[in-house]
Design a binder for this molecule. Sequence first.
Ligand code: 5GP
Ligand code: ZN
Length: 114
Amino acid sequence: MKDCLFCKIAGGEIKANCVYENDSVVAFRDINPQAPTHVLVIPRQHVATLNDLTAETGALVSEMFLAAKHIAAQDGIAQSGYRTVMNCNRDAGQSVFHIHLHVLGGRSMDWPPG
Ligand code: 5GP
Ligand code: ZN
């Protein structure tokens, strides 16, 4: 989609520190990391928010989690643990409107989140 930051990253128009990609998803390090590992997994296809998922695009979420598992193993945090987060809309603090899965690890984390 035109004017979408993450579509531009997926298309290679804007550079990112890519750590994994396949036909469905692209994963890259967050520009403002909140943990030693902070990777964003996005589908190549534009979906603005979780609310916009359909029966057709829902399988992308499975691809995103499979990528998260791969990235955790790659970064050596699969056993120590990691958190996966998808923010939806204002109250969750979504700031980029192309769905993304945060993969955070390499330190212990609190619960509940702020
Ligand atoms: P949200 O707040 O929407 O859940 O997460 C958006 C994330 O995208 C934030 O953690 C933010 O740091 C990250 N981000 C925003 N712009 C860029 C960018 O240009 N490059 C990268 N790698 N991350 C970005
Ligand atoms: Zn997009």
